[in-house]
Design a protein around this ligand. Structure first.
Ligand SMILES: [Zn+2]
Length: 455
């Protein structure tokens, strides 16, 4: 069989892998694992507009690991290019993907209206994705042909996230998708790996170790307490899917069990509000800490004084609420969305605390502030940074080096023949590859964009 890399090769975005294989009767198949969008990097837009480097009409099936745009963002483009086959995913991934793709389309149409940028696909192509979705359960066997089957396993990265195992040509191949951090309080743990011949593994944080996530409730509790004492504003830029729900869950625990204080908390992001609705709806896919399991019918993402401000007018009215208050708004890297208006207002305020809970990519406003900029430009306006800036790494949604290394060692037998690193920047990948070769003594490769390897 042959595997080629159509994204997330020596880079973190655009996940898309093409597997060419045969079943026991010699019938040929071509399947895609993920079909994500290139994001962030300078040439990302052009890369998304490049035609696919495979024949779309020859693809038999698409398998999506999870809803994030860097794994699903080019699905409508695939539909526009004539793909008519099934798109497999878990039950929660379907509506979450819809949220992600509709949001992308909205941003794209705005840019097109404002700057005349071309559209990557049309609205009807987004709808097409959902008509072709086939939802599967974890551990349900999907049979493509005799001796060619696939299965979804819990990845613990976001609601509905999975890694995928494939049995074909007498071999077992695993695609990690994105794997979650250890001890995330609302998600099940990543399912341990069973013996596999080849593992295609993400390597986003393959070069680092995260802070211990267990201390994060205390840190969050502390900044909330300081906000109340200083009568300040706590501003939390947050990613709509997963990070926001983790923060809400931690706050629910703090406000219901340890710190009883009346202070308005605003969830000021339409996409995060809708994603939180899905987290509530698919609560059976989540996992809460054992000590609170008796509260089974409880909504862990709501607490008194939480205001979900869906409408623009409600968002603007947040300004009129007296301090202290907490505002959770997107985007997570502060390069757009409602957080921008709050930053203009509160960054110059010495009673404000900006609490960074996620990765800040190079070139974003978030990165500038994180690195200590004293003046920033927002919507052409000079803004002084006089607020306190605090960051916590423990909310990362990705596995670190220790977690990935442990996961790659199967619970039931020998190590993989080959580990194929994807979804990581070149330098972290090199560090992680060297670490794995040294620790596990296995072959590790990091293929280039469009490289094809024989398995
Ligand atoms: Zn992801």
């Amino acid at each position: 069989m042959k595997l080629s890399f159509h994204g997330a090769a020596r880079g973190v975005t655009g996940s898309c892998f093409l597997l060419k294989t045969k079943d026991q009767n010699g019938k040929d198949y071509q399947i895609l694992i993920d079909c994500g969008m290139f994001q962030g990097a300078r040439y990302a837009d052009e890369a998304n507009f490049e035609p696919f480097h495979f024949k779309v009409k020859e693809i038999d099936a698409v398998f999506i690991t999870h809803a994030h745009a860097d794994h699903t963002g080019r699905l409508p483009k695939l539909i526009a290019a004539g793909y008519k086959g099934p798109i497999y995913c878990t039950h929660p991934t379907r509506p979450l993907t819809r949220l992600v793709l509709e949001d992308s389309f909205h941003i794209m149409s705005e840019n097109s209206r404002r700057n005349g940028d071309p559209l990557l696909y049309e609205q009807e192509d987004v709808a097409g994705v959902f008509e072709q979705c086939e939802c599967v359960n974890y551990h349900e066997q999907i049979t493509m042909g005799p001796g060619f089957t696939l299965m979804y396993h819990e990845a613990g990265h976001i609601l509905g996230s999975a890694y995928i195992s494939i049995e074909t040509e007498g071999k077992r191949l695993v695609f990690s998708g994105d794997l979650g951090n250890n001890d995330v309080p609302i998600l099940p743990d990543t399912e341990p790996l069973s013996q596999a011949d080849y593992v295609v593994c993400e390597s986003t944080y393959g070069h680092v170790l995260h802070e211990d996530p267990k201390g994060r409730t205390e840190i969050l509790h502390q900044v909330i307490k300081e906000t109340v004492e200083h009568k300040g504003v706590l501003l939390i830029p947050s990613f709509s899917i997963e990070r926001t729900q983790e923060v809400l869950y931690e706050m629910d625990q703090i406000f219901e069990h340890t710190y009883h204080v009346k202070m308005p908390i605003f969830l000021d992001s339409p996409m995060a509000i809708r994603a939180t609705e899905l987290y509530r709806h698919y609560q059976q896919y989540l996992q809460f800490e054992a000590n609170i399991l008796e509260e089974t019918d409880k909504d862990f993402f709501s607490f008194p004084n939480l205001h979900e401000t869906l409408q623009t007018e409600e968002s603007k009215a947040i300004n009129d609420f007296p301090k202290p208050k907490v505002i959770i708004a997107g985007s997570g890297m502060m390069h757009g969305g409602r957080i921008m208006h709050h930053l203009i207002r509160y960054l110059p305020d010495t009673d404000c605390c900006l609490f960074i809970v996620g990765y800040q990519a190079e070139g974003t406003l978030g990165r500038q502030i994180f690195e200590g900029a004293k003046n920033v430009r927002i919507f052409g306006q000079e803004v002084k940074v006089q607020a306190q800036v605090k960051a916590i790494g423990a909310f990362s949604a990705h596995a670190d080096q220790a977690k990935l290394t442990t996961w790659l060692q199967p619970i039931d037998g020998r190590l993989p023949k080959k580990i194929i690193l994807v979804h990581g920047d070149p330098e972290p990948q090199q560090v992680f590859a060297a670490h794995l070769r040294h620790e596990l003594r296995v072959e590790v490769v990091a293929p280039e964009f469009l490289e094809e390897i024989d398995l």
